[in-house]
Structures are given as C-alpha cells and as structure tokens.
Design a protein around this ligand. Structure first.
Ligand code: HEM
Length: 453
C-alpha cells in the first residue's frame, strides 16, 4: 500500500503518526484548486439547464412561450446540457482532481485541454438542440441534423478521457475502491456512447426502426445515468472518504462491489424502452439484473451511511435519494407496474430522483465548499453557515420537486388533481437554480493558502 504514496507525501513507514494533518490538507487543497475552475463552468451549465427545466415546468402549466415553442426540442436541450455540461464535466473535473491522491501519479497535462473541449462542446449542444431537437434545422440554406451532430461530437472527449485515464492508471500496484469504481464507470460510459452514436447515425442515414431507435436511445440515456453517473459518483465518495496517503478507502471497504455492480447495470437500460418492443423474457432478465444491481448498490449505501458523520449535509441528502432509487428496483417487479410507469410521468420521477436527487445533490455537496475557496478536507469537516443555507435551499427545492413528480406519476390512483402537482413542480423548480446561482455568484469569504504541488 505504501508504494502508492503521493510523491509529495511523507514516507508513512518512517513517521510516528501515519498522517500529518497539514500535509493532508495541502494535498486536498491542490486537488480542490485544480478542480475549482471547471466546477464553476459545470455549475454555470447546471444553472442554464435548470433554468430551462423551470421554463419547461411552467410551460406544462401555462403553455410554452412563442420563443421556445418546440417543447420536445427544448427538453432535449435541457437534458443534454445536464448530461454533458453539468454531470459529466463536474465528474471529470473531480476525478482528475482526486486521481493523483489515489494513484500517486501526476495528472496528465492534457487533462486541462480535455475539460476545456468537454465544456465547449457541451455548451454548443444547447443551441444545437434548441430549435428542432434531433430533427433537421436549416443552416445557411442546408438542412442539417444539428442535434444528432452535437450528440456525436460530444462523445469525442469521452474517448479521450478514457484513453488518458487508462494510461494514467495502467498497471497500478493496487487499485483503490475509488479507482475500481471509476474503471467500471468508464466502461459503461463507453458502452452508453455506442447508443448515442447509433442514434445519431439513424437520424443522419434516415433509418426507420422503432426497436433500434428505442434500444439505442435508452442504451445511451439510461446507461449514462445508471452506469456512468452512479459508479463515478460512488467512486468520488469513496475517494473523498479515504485518506489520500494511506488509501484507507480500500482498507475500510475492500469487499464493496465494483465489477459485480457494473455487470448487471449494463442490462438495465432495457427497462427504459417502450413495452411495445420489449419481449417478456427481455423484461424479466433486465428486471432481475436491476434487482441484483440494487442489492449491490445497497451495500455501498449502507457502508456510506455508516460514514455519514464525515460527509457534508448535501451528500447525506443525496444518499437518501439513492435509497429511493434502490427501492424502485423492487417496485418494478410488481406485475403491471413497469408497463404503466415506463412511458409516463413515473419515468420522469424515476429519472429526476436519480439525476437531480442523487447525482446533482452529490455533486453540489462536493462542489459547494470548493467554490467557496475551501478544500476537499473542508468538505469532510462540515459546512459554514452560507453553505448550510444554500444546501437547505437546494434540498428543499429538490425534495419538493421530486415529490411533485411522484405525485404526477400516481395521480390516477390519488384523489388529487394533476394540476396541483404540476403547479407544485413548477414553483419548487425555482429553488435548485436559485441555489446554484448563489453557489456560483457568492464571493468566496476566504482564500486557501497556496496549494502544494
Ligand atoms: C433542476 C431541476 C430540473 C428541472 C426543473 C427539470 C425539468 C424537466 C422537465 C420539465 C422535463 C420534461 C418532462 C416531461 O416532458 O414530462 C425534463 C426531462 C428530463 N430531464 Fe430534467 N429537470 C431538472 C433537472 C435535471 C437534471 C439534473 C438532469 C440530469 C442530470 C435532468 C435530465 C432530464 C432528462 C434525461 C429528461 C428526459 C429528456 C428526454 O426525454 O428527452 N433533469 N426535465
């Protein structure tokens, strides 16, 4: 284990105390300083995408305004910016920030260029989807499938990321739990990218096949969320909990699954597809794989909950949403539920519980102290008052929004009109972008000491 020590760490074998707090803080500082500018860009993307979500939510109550008339296209602009510009950029920034502490190897210089390209392409995807989504748009007299083109080029940095990461982590003497989870997160990201590529090709080549379209859409959309986002997020949590010099995330939880979790996750995208193109056998295989993945996720959840005293408030809230996600795997097994849920509002609830409730709350929890000019070490030692208020605003908004989406999904069984839940979803949707704006715009109260290199 000691051979993995970061180059700037003291030799643990010669020290009386295995960990020197000031040095550890300096190391966390360097990681935070590296990630911080990219987290700002990611948060700006979140702000734009979440504001578009507010527009959509109020559009569902009062109708869309003339300048955003194509609801489906605006929804694609929202979801793609959330995926590429917020979730993926923030995760990549945090992984590259924390990776040297896990491997003891320096981060590659080109990681900066990679994140710049990821940010640029993801922001460009927003106007590309806005007018016609995956349809064709007239540009300089030619009809171009702008959305499909944007989806395809946004995949390029993922391959670059995977290549750089593979070189940087090649033949490590031992792989920490965080690194193992990131390995498999990347494997599932590459698998999901096949879906995006196939989807783009179908539009570009005018291929008409409902089954192929459903399969590629959900291989991309669903596996990106349940595979890449979930495994990468778990890896970030274990990286944060481990001591950088001693890699104790491995010692603390050597038995927690990574590959065993990734394998069943790879099949769960089938549950997002339309029942019209999914056979009963395919459904049951996917539902059982989903159940197995949920059981393994529950192991992580239990271990992480045991560490909750060392986690920021927002991360604890994120774990509650993850628990709801795990429970949903049982609900899907109830006969008839999947058929009703998959094409309707329950799916919107399911997606936002995972993507907004778990992933975005987790990323906000990790990013918030850093954006305030503090380090990862502070992220583990509790929030200052301003951070607590932002965390509260975010959590209340997200919880009310997700509850309203659940209500919308259940209206046919509830004695409450859908109008009430639609209005609740619209008004509560104002809070997450407000919290994101505060996190982004509030001046940092104090500066960290110069980061150690
Ligand atoms: C900040 C609060 C958010 C609001 C107000 C919001 C709002 C919406 C709305 C209104 C829809 C369309 C629902 C429908 O047509 O019934 C939608 C769809 C979607 N959203 Fe969000 N959303 C939010 C956060 C997120 C986040 C954080 C992510 C991902 C990281 C995300 C990903 C998606 C996806 C994947 C879809 C489905 C898109 C599609 O089918 O094309 N959303 N959202």
């Amino acid at each position: 284990m000691e051979s993995l020590l970061a180059p700037d760490a003291p030799a643990a074998s010669t020290a009386v105390e295995p960990r020197t707090p000031s040095l550890a803080d300096a190391t966390w500082d360097e990681a935070a300083a590296w990630s911080r500018p990219w987290l700002r860009v990611a948060l700006a993307a979140l702000l734009l995408a979440a504001s578009t979500g507010v527009l959509l939510r109020f559009g569902l109550v009062r109708g869309m305004p003339a300048w955003a008339a194509n609801y489906g296209a605006v929804r694609h602009a929202h979801s793609h910016l959330m995926y590429f510009g917020w979730g993926t950029l923030a995760i990549m920034a945090l992984i590259w920030g924390l990776l040297p502490l896990q491997t003891g190897r320096p981060r590659p210089r080109s990681a900066t260029w990679l994140l710049a390209l990821t940010a640029l392409l993801s922001l460009l995807s927003f106007p590309a989807f806005w007018a016609n989504g995956y349809g064709r748009t007239l540009v300089l007299g030619r009809e171009l499938p702008l959305g499909s083109m944007a989806a395809a080029v946004n995949g390029l940095p993922w391959f670059w990321f995977a290549g750089l990461y593979a070189v940087n982590t090649w033949r490590l003497p031992s792989r920490t739990l965080a690194v193992q989870l990131w390995d498999w997160a990347l494997a599932l990201l590459l698998l999901a990218s096949l879906g995006a590529l196939t989807l783009g090709m179908q539009v570009a080549l005018d291929v008409e096949s409902a089954a192929l379209r459903e399969a590629s859409l959900h291989l991309f959309l669903d596996l990106f969320a349940t595979g890449w986002f979930v495994l990468a997020g778990l890896g970030l949590l274990w990286a944060l909990l481990g001591e950088p010099q001693l890699h104790s995330s491995v010692r603390r939880a050597p038995w927690l699954p990574s590959m065993a979790l990734a394998l069943p996750l790879a099949f769960t995208f089938v549950l997002g597809m339309s029942p019209a193109v999914v056979t009963p056998v395919a459904f049951w295989m996917a539902a059982l794989a989903n159940l197995a993945a949920a059981a393994l996720l529950a192991l992580h959840l239990r271990a992480l909950w045991g560490e909750r005293a060392r986690l920021p408030l927002l991360v604890r809230v994120a774990l509650l949403f993850l628990a709801v996600h795990v429970a949903a795997a049982l609900v899907v097994l109830v006969p008839g539920v999947w058929r009703v849920a998959v094409g309707g509002q329950l799916r919107v609830f399911y997606l936002h519980n995972l993507l907004l409730g778990f992933l975005s709350t987790l990323l906000m929890g990790l990013a918030l102290p850093l954006l305030r000019g503090r380090s990862f070490a502070h992220a583990r030692s509790g929030e200052e008052r301003f951070e607590r208020w932002v965390a509260l605003l975010w959590s209340v908004g997200v919880a009310l929004l997700v509850l309203a989406l659940l209500g919308l999904g259940l209206t046919r069984w509830l004695p409450v009109s859908s109008g009430l839940f639609l209005r609740m979803a619209a008004w509560s949707s104002l809070l997450p972008p407000l919290a994101a704006a505060l996190a982004l715009l509030a001046p940092a109260p104090r500066r960290n000491k110069a980061p150690a290199s």
